[in-house]
Design a protein around this ligand. Structure first.
Ligand code: FES
Ligand SMILES: [Fe+2]
Length: 449
């Protein structure tokens, strides 16, 4: 038996080492096929998973397709305005009934034998039904399978395969104020996803992107070329986040300011403060008109909370950054798709959204200076993991200086691995949980009937 074989048969609970001075995870959690299959049940089959923003399906008949783990799902808006999240699987012989990424329709038609479904998922018709099926067949039981629970928070639609469990707001509770901060960059408190989706594939495990989205350690190294361009050209191509400086030394100094937070439920934050001069500098800067709108909408105290830069990670696979909604879709143990969607702030001058978009494209777009470098790192991690004789990955940076706040939240330096540890604590809690009871609680209503 090889060293790696031994890892794969070890209980999950033994794949995490954590103490006040040590935090390590076993490399098998990124490479083991059986663990990947278990994640689809124990993580994506139990927690709340983000599926769409309401602005993507504003009209009756609008839909988009996405995944909950590996399960293909359709998110649609029915004629009564209600949102449905349904498994994208024909009742006949399992064909995916919708193959488009988004659109508007009256019916979903399975291409294989022509069964049709309404936008709310109910069965419309069985093709060539007469004579082929008993006349009394119960059509009401042959609609698309609805996902067990669907809830929204300020436009963010989440679904859960689990019939029972915490409500969405209970799951999000520790980070709801930070999600509010992101949305409240709009003076009317609303955002819109309307500029399409950018998809990046990489040959690595999905958790690398989950860890990276609140990782303030890597940026100085992986994104060095970007900071140099900032130093040389400033914000001419659109402002990147809150970075208003054009001086490399100042940029690097500001990357030392701020903090990381690790929450219960696996969520995390990487926070950088307002640029030098704070709100007053912004009021005098090129976006004075935007700041006037914000001053009209919020108190100065509230603005001081809203305006810092937050990378918010919502367990297991959603990132809400200053300018984007990021979803990490696992495809296989070593293959992942990241979808990035820029969002507009409602109620602000078009020029301000455009500058945000330019900054987004410069760092996160397909031909940008940021995201492509990150996904290259995740593929390199997967290469390194093939040396399976070595067991551990260290996630102990800043453990000795981490503070535990009164509510239990952990706080670290912006380059510390505090949010990553929060992610893994929750991951291990779910993965190591006794699995017997979850078969009926985490499946669809039909499976439990
Ligand atoms: S698989 Fe859908 S109609 Fe046959
Ligand atoms: Fe990065």
């Amino acid at each position: 038996m090889s060293t790696r074989d031994k890892h794969e048969t070890r209980p999950v609970a033994e794949m995490l080492v954590h103490s006040p001075t040590d935090f390590r995870v076993d490399g098998a959690i990124y490479t083991d096929q059986a663990l990947f299959a278990a994640e689809m049940d124990r993580i994506f089959g139990t927690t709340w998973v983000y599926v769409a923003h309401e602005s993507e399906v504003p009209q009756a008949g609008d839909y988009k397709t996405t995944q909950i783990g590996l399960r293909p799902v359709i998110v649609s808006r029915a004629s009564d305005g209600r949102i449905h999240v349904m498994l994208n699987r024909c009742r006949h012989r399992a064909g995916a009934v919708c193959r488009e990424s988004q659109g508007n329709t009256k019916l979903f038609t399975c291409k294989y034998h022509g069964w049709t479904y309404r936008v709310d998922g109910s069965l419309n018709a069985i093709s060539m039904r007469a004579g082929g099926y008993p006349s009394g067949v119960d059509a009401s039981s042959l609609g698309l399978q609805q996902v067990a629970r669907v809830e929204s928070y300020r436009g963010f639609i989440f679904a859960s395969m689990a019939l029972v469990g915490p409500s969405l707001t209970e799951h999000l509770a520790p980070v709801l104020p930070y999600l509010d901060h992101q949305i409240d960059h709009s003076p009317v408190g609303r955002i819109s996803v309307q500029r399409g989706t950018h998809r990046a594939l990489y040959q690595g495990n999905w958790k690398f992107q989950a860890e990276n989205s609140t990782d303030g350690y890597h940026g100085n190294f992986v994104h060095q070329s970007f900071w140099k361009i900032m130093g040389r050209f400033g914000n001419e191509g659109g402002q990147h986040g809150n970075y208003a400086e054009t001086d490399m030394a100042k940029i690097m100094q500001r990357r030392e300011e701020g903090r990381t937070l690790g929450f219960a439920n696996g969520h995390g934050i990487l926070e950088y403060p307002l640029p030098g001069g704070g709100l007053d500098a912004m009021r005098r800067g090129p976006h004075a008109h935007y700041m006037q709108l914000m001053d009209g909408a919020y108190t100065p105290e509230r603005l001081l909370k809203i305006m810092p830069q937050y990378n918010l990670w919502i367990f297991p696979n959603l990132g809400v950054l200053l300018d984007q909604i990021r979803v990490v879709q696992p495809l296989a143990v070593d293959r992942t798709e990241v979808t990035l969607q820029f969002y507009d702030l409602d109620g602000v001058p078009e020029a301000y959204n455009q500058e945000r978009f330019d900054g987004y494209e410069r760092f996160f777009g397909p031909a940008s200076f940021g995201s492509p470098d990150d996904v290259e790192m995740f593929a390199m991690n997967q290469v390194g993991l093939q040396a399976g004789e070595m067991q551990w990955l260290r996630l102990d940076r800043g453990l000795q200086r981490e503070q535990i706040l009164p509510d239990g939240t952990r706080q670290g330096h912006p380059s510390d691995e505090t949010p990553q540890r929060a992610f893994h604590r929750k991951w291990f809690e779910l993965m190591a949980a006794a699995n017997a009871s979850h078969a009926c609680e985490t499946s669809t209503k039909e499976a439990c009937a």
